[in-house]
Design a protein around this ligand. Structure first.
Ligand code: 26W
Length: 849
């Protein structure tokens, strides 16, 4: 070898980075004996973990232990735990490649994941080792865990459900990939300034994001705008071609989704928007620096922030860009990144089912059609035969205003080819409707995907229902109302397409992680099998008759209340009085959920004492705790928060109540706070107007943690009551048919106000300015007495009567505890594992595994 001959041939290799991410593996036959070894996780013992951790701290974070901050320690711990999970992830992927089966592609614009470290330690059964390792290193594990900022990539129920579902699919070892958006800013952080909600940006990435893997090689270009042109395809067949005029790069960030104690880890792939051409040097060289980077900022806007609405779409263009961005990236990634290059797309429905989490990803339907028609050159019928077997749609709402309808003009401008395809889908669909219902133009107008008249709109729920193999609601009553009302025309046309899958929650996070005292009590009684087979909680039923068990159950609840108080103390919010019934209402602030009805009960109790109508000592010591964010643009919701805080400050400092009634409203309700609050609760408030709450999932978490529910027959409350038994549930209020009947007959809240003196006194006290800001109070009470869209006044008396039953039962401690234990024992059905089994049986099919 002469002095000029360089050692490795690489030096002379191509000087362009390879972009062919399919070319994997070493370039030459490896000789080292470890080369073909599967990745093995580090040994699962304390010393190895300590070693791995210190390596991560020293060489990953670049600090010695004695100079490490809690954030260094958190990032190092997360990365160390991650390396243990990684082996499962690689093994799971290899096993899936070796035994390919149909999989689920879960498309959701929201994932409310909660903190990752605790869940990773639990599911990978590393808690014991890590606790001991940190102890030996003198590190306060609780403080390190508190360092994690939860990824708030969702608004509420829909986003959290997606997170519970992917946890269950991994625990059930079902092949699934979750697709979504990596928002740079998640749901806003809620602060209170003089009782008013003030939103603060959610800088969740600021101190590092150790749980994600950026994979730029698998970036997907996503196009927008432009126009469509015709050209002659092969054999001169007329074809259409989209000529987009701008694009962005969708860069994937992979998250591992570990199963519980099964060595499985699925993938959650969240897309982040980056500029295709990050920087325009020509423009820069001409000195227009801002212009040079404009494309970059413009592109990044797409995944910049989560829309904080959870019911009323704002119809903003950026929102549609976000929806198309992640769906096009996901479908493109799967078709052109995951499937073998020579895969016969006619067999696509055997490979994957895309579950549409509400209407937000529905633009994926014309996107798949576009790829099959324009990119893969298929004829319409073949493309539709494939597409109409690749999607299933879950509806999560009953509020007409929450159903997305995108202006045709906007879709035409942003996605001209997709609008063409939607028109074609609609024409063919309406032809079938006309054939089935000749002359019924009204039905055609009702069912059309295109809402005519004025600014034409695309009804995304109709498009989803036309294309999906299955449409499901999220609780029996909800699915029934979809069939009988919201989508009645479609249910008549395709009765077999409609089904129900009642929601569920993961017992790993919301029982085992959140409630260690109750978990060990249950384990002692019936073993640990319930954690992956929750209906086994039924075996607890006999223990409800056991006074010793009942006492231990109460001490678990007390321990959770103390733990909650330490959390609230740390957050600088008011301590909860001991020995109070903890009455909890935690959910997004929305008029249909009727936080106002809860407030009227509180004020009428207070007014009763104030006016001498009720002797203070007769008031059951109770703390009413609210947790609720309001969409920033939702004025009535924000005014309700403001009123709750004003009522709290007056009641909590009024000696007349002798501390027997306390109102707490810790700010920034999120998954982490839910895990603290729910195990401490005695009473669960599920008081929405019947026919409005699709399901609810907080109701399930609270029942599983031994809270008794006071609720209407709405959403999943109906199924909770059926399972736990009427004696262990405080039912009140109108049923859905009664609501519909009153609405059609005409509802006059003013008359209810005038005819119920207790109600009138409470409203008048608020309107009087007794709780401050008389103007704001009067406006809110005026709207309530004048409109009361969700009939809080109509259900007030029934609610107050039910609350009296609650007080009576709570006074009988043994009876209350017995009911609480029966709620836990009979709520196993509400596991998200069971929900997944129902999706497999009723929607995805057994091929998925
Ligand atoms: C476009 C604005 C928007 C954003 C989110 C409209 C609607 C939504 C979600 C569908 C709202 C939501 O979170 N719905 C809740 O979904 C839960 C999970 O199925 C149910 O348990 C709740 O009842 C339902 O309100």
């Amino acid at each position: 070898m002469n002095e000029f001959q360089l050692s490795a041939p690489a030096d002379f290799g191509p000087d362009e980075p390879s972009t062919n991410f399919r070319a994997t593996g070493p370039q030459f036959p490896p000789t080292h004996h470890l080369a073909d070894q599967p990745a093995v996780a580090p040994a699962r013992d304390v010393d190895t973990f300590v070693q791995e951790f210190l390596e991560e701290l020293n060489f990953g974070q670049g600090v010695p232990l004695d100079r490490s901050t809690i954030n260094h320690q958190y990032l190092a711990l997360a990365s160390t735990v991650r390396s243990y999970l990684m082996a499962d992830w690689l093994a799971t992927a290899a096993r899936r490649r070796a035994h390919p089966a149909k999989m689920v592609g879960y498309l959701s614009a929201e994932y409310l994941l909660g903190r990752q470290l605790g869940n990773a330690l639990l599911n990978s059964d590393l808690e014991g080792i890590v606790e001991e390792a940190m102890r030996q290193l003198g590190i306060d594990l609780a403080a390190v865990r508190a360092q994690e900022v939860e990824p708030g990539l969702g608004n509420g129920g829909l986003g959290r459900l997606a997170a519970c579902f992917v946890d269950s699919l991994a625990t059930m070892d079902v092949s699934c990939i979750g697709y979504g958006i990596r928002y740079e800013y998640g749901i806003f952080r809620q602060t209170f300034v003089e009782g008013r909600q003030v939103e603060v940006p959610d800088t969740w990435l600021a101190l590092g994001a150790p749980w994600e893997f950026r994979n730029p090689e698998r970036a997907v270009q996503v196009d927008f705008g432009g126009s469509v042109e015709s050209y002659a395809g092969d054999q001169g067949r007329p074809r259409r071609r989209w000529r987009p005029d701008w694009n962005v790069l969708a860069v994937p960030y992979n998250y591992m989704v570990p199963g519980y104690h099964n060595g499985v880890a699925n993938t959650l792939r969240l897309w982040s928007a980056e500029a295709t051409r990050a920087f325009d040097l020509q423009i820069f060289n001409h000195g227009d620096y801002a212009e040079a980077v404009r494309a970059q900022t413009f592109a990044e806007n797409i995944s910049k922030v989560l829309y904080p609405e959870d019911s009323t779409p704002q119809g903003k263009e950026l929102r549609l860009q976000q929806q198309y961005f992640f769906v096009a990236a996901s479908i493109g990634d799967y078709l052109h990144g995951t499937l073998p290059e020579d895969f016969d797309l006619a067999r696509l429905p055997e490979q994957i089912i895309f579950q549409l989490n509400d209407t937000h990803p529905v633009i994926g339907i014309p996107e798949l059609m576009r790829l099959l028609l324009d990119v893969h050159g298929m004829e319409w019928d073949q493309a539709w035969a494939i597409t109409s077997r690749c999607f299933a749609y879950t509806c999560h709402t009953l509020l007409p205003e929450a159903l997305e309808v995108w202006p045709v003009s906007l879709v035409e401008r942003l996605l001209p080819r997709h609008m063409e395809i939607i028109f074609e889908i609609n024409d063919r669909f309406l032809a079938a409707v006309r054939a089935q219902f000749p002359g019924d133009d009204d039905r055609v107008r009702r069912m059309s995907i295109i809402a005519e008249g004025g600014d034409r709109g695309v009804r995304m729920a109709h498009l989803a229902t036309v294309a999906a193999v299955r449409v499901n609601g999220v609780a029996e009553l909800h699915s029934q109302l979809l069939r009988d009302k919201v989508l009645v025309d479609f249910a008549q046309l395709w009765p077999e397409k409609f089904t129900n899958v009642t929601n569920g929650v993961t017992p790993r996070r919301f029982l085992v992680s959140a409630n260690p005292p109750l978990t060990s009590l249950i384990n002692d009684a019936i073993g640990g099998g319930w954690i992956t087979d929750l209906e086994r909680l039924r075996e607890l039923e006999p223990y409800a008759e056991d006074p010793v068990f009942r006492e231990r159950f109460r001490s678990a609840k007390r321990a959770n209340k103390d733990h909650l108080n330490s959390t609230l103390l740390a957050a600088g919010t008011a301590q909860l009085p001991a020995d109070h019934m903890l009455d909890v209402m935690v959910k997004r602030l929305h008029e249909y959920k009727r936080q106002m009805l809860k407030l009227l009960h509180i004020v009428s109790t207070y007014e009763g004492v104030l006016s001498g109508r009720v002797p203070a000592e007769q008031v059951t010591p109770r703390t009413c705790l609210f947790g609720a964010k309001a969409a920033p643009g939702y004025a009535t919701a924000k005014e309700t928060i403001y009123l709750i805080n004003r009522v709290a400050s007056v009641i909590n400092s009024d000696p007349k109540l002798d501390g027997r009634l306390f109102v707490a409203f810790p700010p920034n309700y999120n998954v982490t706070l839910a895990q603290r609050l729910i195990p401490a609760a005695d009473l669960s408030e599920q008081i929405s107007l019947a026919g409005k709450e699709a399901s609810g999932t907080g109701n399930m978490k609270l029942a599983l943690n031994g809270a008794l529910t006071i609720g209407t027959d709405d959403g999943a409350n109906v199924e909770i009551r059926k399972l736990v038994g009427d004696d262990n549930f405080f039912l009140f209020g109108m049923r859905e048919p009664e609501v519909a009947e009153l609405q059609s007959r005409g509802y006059h809240p003013g008359e209810v106000y005038a005819s119920n003196p207790v109600l009138k006194s409470a409203i008048d006290l608020i309107a009087s300015g007794h709780f401050g800001d008389r103007g704001a109070s009067q406006a809110l009470m005026g709207d309530l007495v004048g409109n009361d869209r969700f009939m809080a006044l109509a259900d007030f008396q029934a609610y107050v009567d039910a609350q009296a039953q609650v007080d009576a039962k709570f006074a009988d401690t043994e009876a209350w505890t017995r009911s609480a234990i029966l709620n836990v024992a009979r709520s196993g059905y509400f596991s998200s594992d069971r929900s997944m089994r129902d999706y497999l049986d009723r929607i995805w099919g057994a091929q998925v595994h």
